[in-house]
Design a protein around this ligand. Structure first.
Ligand SMILES: *Cc1c(COP(=O)(O)O)cnc(C)c1O
Length: 323
């Protein structure tokens, strides 16, 4: 036993330990698409997860504050990534205030929220960086993958431009280790045409969402059977129209059987993902997200939906609950 232990590569263990202490940490929400935390982990930083506001599904600023006051926390927290989930802006005034007081960088994950407004500002324009995705399912979708980072800091912008080209400037001189992150010309061409319509499309989504809200209220479904998206003054562009539903899995099955597309965003919060087992989180750590994962269901909300299609969605939800 002792001999076996002696064979452990001690230096490696010690280095791993030290490395762990030195690793940078980034605060983000556990209730988001994986890409948010994946970006952190790929840089060898550690995502520090925080629970959500039960009504908006966005990161709860109060809980960010609590994490920052936990003195036992070993890692050096460098940044906060709020996600504007489903298209609704996070509570940016509180988040920016916390970041300023603790000297943290804010990187907005606005992948689902292009065009959403908060306090007169657009999502992505409030933190040091704003990140957008043009994956086809987003409000501004390309014909393949694409994305964008915005910043109003010239120095950051310059470094981003260099990192985008494998960290090379001038050509073949690598000051940094960058990556291939160019936007394909063909995607740029598609996006240039579609960009002109984004406000109109967002407006269509908002109108559809409001129409659903009204119909579900009229049917007496809200409260007892479902809850609709919550409006708290944080702008929403409804990349997803997400309801909370009693017997969510039953409703999803009923809708699918009747030809209504619906999807669960997200069935497993990030702190319970297999790849993050090593972070030591367990079930029960973030009860609000875990509960949301069992109740949320996204209904079709894209701007091209016809009145007939919307009526069919509502009719099927009503049928399921016997209303
Ligand atoms: C889509 C999305 C991303 C980015 O996805 P890519 O596939 O890299 O374009 C990041 N965060 C959230 C919340 C997303 O929904």
């Amino acid at each position: 036993m002792w001999a076996a232990r002696m064979q452990l590569p001690w230096l490696q263990v010690a280095m791993l330990f030290l490395f762990h202490l030195w690793r940078f940490a980034v605060i983000t929400t556990t209730y988001t698409f994986f890409a948010t935390a994946g970006a952190v982990s790929r840089l060898n930083a550690v995502p520090v997860f925080v629970d959500i506001d039960p009504k908006t599904y966005n990161i709860d600023p109060q809980l960010i504050e609590e994490i920052l006051h936990k003195k036992s926390f070993g890692q050096k927290i460098k940044a906060i990534i709020p996600v504007h989930l489903f298209g609704q802006s996070a509570e940016m005034n509180s988040i920016m205030d916390i970041a300023r007081r603790h000297n943290l960088i804010v990187i907005e994950d606005a992948a689902q929220a292009i065009g959403a407004e908060y306090d007169g500002k657009k999502t992505g324009s409030m933190g040091e960086f704003g990140c957008f995705s043009f994956f086809p399912s987003k409000n501004l979708g390309a014909y393949g993958d694409g994305g964008l980072v915005v910043t109003d800091n010239d120095e950051f912008a310059e470094k981003l431009r260099i990192l985008r080209l494998h960290g090379s400037r001038p050509k073949y001189h690598h000051k940094f280790i960058g990556l291939n992150s160019r936007l394909d010309n063909i995607q740029a061409a598609v996006l240039e045409v579609k960009l002109k319509h984004i406000d109109k499309w967002n407006e269509g989504r908002i109108l559809n969402a409001e129409w659903y809200n009204k119909k579900f209220a009229e049917a007496g479904l809200i409260g007892d059977f479902i809850n609709v998206p919550y409006s708290n003054g944080c702008g929403h562009v409804y990349n997803q129209y997400v309801i909370r539903a009693g017997n969510r899995d039953g409703l999803a099955k009923h809708l699918k059987n009747n030809g209504v597309g619906c999807e669960i965003y997200y069935p497993i919060p990030l702190h319970l993902q297999e790849c993050y087992k090593n972070l030591g989180y367990k079930e029960g750590d973030f009860p609000i997200s875990e509960f949301a994962a069992k109740e949320t269901l996204a209904l079709p909300v894209y701007p091209e939906l016809s009145m007939e299609q919307k009526e069919y969605v509502v009719e099927n939800v009503r049928k399921f609950y016997g209303r």
